[in-house]
Design a protein around this ligand. Structure first.
Ligand SMILES: [Zn+2]
Length: 187
């Protein structure tokens, strides 16, 4: 996959989110993996896209009323069918990790790419999603000095649980043996 100069991937759907900023140190060395579904555990509709664009209708579902005011984003969102949507350029800081820390370094949004997989903590991700994830990770490693891949639960322990127990960290380890991964999957 090819990148534009500012870090948009060619060939993926682009929905530019207003929820981004500059990277204080100007570098990207971490990928944070998440899961999300709106409403939780439902995979129809385009509510996540609306959420990341600040267009989620709080009336459309009781759960939406609890989150509609949040301003969040991720660089990439991978639907169940493997479709990739990009919301924020890779060179910019997206708002996905919140209060977070990886290997003693705070504010992971400053120096990470955020990838959201459409899913939940209780349902397996699809083969098409892993295919898309490998494409994204290969592209990330090709453009940025990535040294680590972590889950949201690894950078915000006790506060976040995603990508959850269904995520195949062993497959990540097999594909990226040189990268720093969460301790429970280190060989
Ligand atoms: Zn998350």
């Amino acid at each position: 996959m090819r990148w534009s100069p500012e870090g948009w991937l060619a060939g993926v759907t682009r929905l530019a989110s207003p929820n981004f900023g500059e990277r204080p140190a100007g570098e990207v060395s971490l990928v944070v993996i998440h899961n999300i579904s709106l409403p939780p555990d439902e995979f129809a509709g385009d509510w996540v896209e609306k959420f990341f664009l600040n267009q989620l209708d709080p009336q459309a579902h009781p759960y939406f009323a609890t989150i509609a005011g949040l301003q969040v984003s991720a660089h990439f969102y991978v639907r169940r069918d493997g479709r990739i949507i990009q919301f924020v350029a890779g060179d910019r800081r997206a708002w996905h990790a919140g209060r977070s820390c990886w290997r003693g370094r705070d504010n992971c949004n400053d120096y990470s790419l955020g990838i959201e997989l459409e899913g939940s903590d209780t349902q397996a991700f699809t083969a098409a999603q892993y295919d898309a994830l490998w494409q994204l990770l290969d592209a990330a490693v090709a453009r940025y000095p990535i040294t680590a891949i972590a889950g949201h639960s690894d950078v915000a322990p006790g506060r976040k649980t995603d990508p959850g127990p269904c995520f195949d960290w062993a497959a990540v380890r097999a594909r990226y043996p040189a990268l720093d991964l969460p301790a429970e999957v280190a060989t």
